[in-house]
Design a protein. Structure first.
Length: 377
């Protein structure tokens, strides 16, 4: 079906280059645009004959009784092997044939561009709806709408993917940057990419089945992350990358995206630019532990601690845990003498009758204790 506004726009443009009368007819043979505005809405029998037969071109030297027909050339407008309508150019066929074919080609090109633009818009709208469903829907139905839309977009739902959340440190246009990234061909065909509601870019990076993903996923991500880093550096944009959890089912993509957001918040004070969720699974589990459970476990134990002791414990145990309870490394990070650290450590050790340097269960006890103290500040 030919858009009437587009046909009219073409007629007006063509009037700047030829004096010949041009008509555009729809699939029913009705003139929808014409150099002679009085003919708009009238029936064109020749156009109807072209649309209802195998013919793609009819030349007429005189009316010969055709309703709405005059001397000229009438040609089918073809898009992907389908007739959309007819364009007619008035005049003696021998004199206007070359020009008529150029007019047909120009109008078909304009129609093709318009149709492709509509398809791209519809596909983009479809993709937006699809990504919104993946990221923000509470209980996305993997077998329902998401799978149906996924099929229309040519996305394979069962591929293993991992999310990369790209967060900008300065002002940036996420949509424009994503479009530039696509033009640079920095994505695989099955990567799912979009701009989030807070102007970050999310990429669900796909992996091929034959890749040893779990054993070396950081190595597999190294090249694309380097390419992305180079791209943003050249664009003058500072950003950080947060890599979430693997998923193979649409219903879990939202949770994986949430893991990226949690990682961004947890690593906000870090100077590193690339962070992996699997490096902080223990911290995540501790962070999502309901406060009511921690209260039941630690409230009585910590009831006799003053604020200074609590703050000191939080700082010290956090650093010890990060350095695998290495006293030398931890004292350097805390900017205190090793003996000072040992003194503080022994106070905690004696207070709870534990020895986390030698006992893994004692380390876990202190790790959860620090989480309780931090949440209860």
């Amino acid at each position: 079906m030919i858009d009437i506004a587009l046909a009219d726009r073409f007629i007006k443009k063509a009037a700047n280059y030829t004096q010949q009368n041009i008509n555009v007819m729809d699939e029913n043979g009705i003139i929808i645009a014409s150099s002679d505005s009085e003919r708009v809405g009238s029936f064109h029998e020749i156009a109807y004959n072209i649309m209802s037969s195998d013919k793609e071109l009819i030349e007429v030297s005189k009316s010969d009784g055709f309703q709405g027909g005059r001397s000229g050339i009438n040609m089918a407008l073809i898009y992907k092997k389908h007739k959309l309508g007819v364009v007619g150019v008035s005049g003696e066929p021998e004199e206007i044939r070359s020009m008529a074919l150029l007019i047909k080609m120009a109008l078909e090109t304009m129609l093709e561009y318009e149709m492709q633009s509509k398809m791209n818009y519809q596909k983009q709208s479809l993709r937006t709806r699809f990504v919104d469903g993946l990221l923000y829907q509470e209980e996305p139905d993997a077998e329902g709408e998401l799978s149906a839309v996924s099929e229309q977009l040519g996305i394979i739902p069962t591929l293993l993917r991992i999310p990369i959340l790209i967060c900008f440190e300065n002002q940036a246009d996420g949509e424009k940057l994503l479009e530039l990234l696509r033009k640079k061909n920095l994505f695989r065909l099955q990567d799912i990419c979009a701009v989030t509601r807070n102007n970050s870019i999310i990429i669900f990076k796909s992996f091929r089945e034959q890749e040893n993903v779990f054993e070396q996923y950081k190595l597999l991500l190294q090249e694309p992350l380097e390419a992305l880093t180079e791209f943003f550096s050249e664009a003058g944009v500072s950003c950080r990358f947060f890599i979430g959890s693997f998923q193979r089912e649409y219903r879990y993509y939202g949770k994986s995206f949430y893991h990226c957001g949690w990682l961004k918040k947890y690593c906000r004070d870090s100077e590193e630019t690339i962070h992996y969720f699997y490096d902080h699974v223990g911290d995540y589990m501790r962070d999502v532990m309901p406060m009511i459970e921690l209260n039941r476990i630690y409230e009585v134990l910590c009831g006799r601690l003053d604020e200074e002791t609590k703050n000191s414990m939080i700082e010290m145990i956090t650093v010890l845990h990060r350095n695998n309870y290495n006293l030398n490394e931890s004292s350097r990070e805390l900017f205190i003498h090793k003996n000072t650290l040992i003194f503080r450590y022994n106070k905690v050790k004696n207070l709870f009758h534990i020895n986390p340097i030698q006992s893994m269960p004692d380390r876990e006890f202190l790790s959860w204790l620090v989480l309780y103290l931090r949440k209860n500040r």
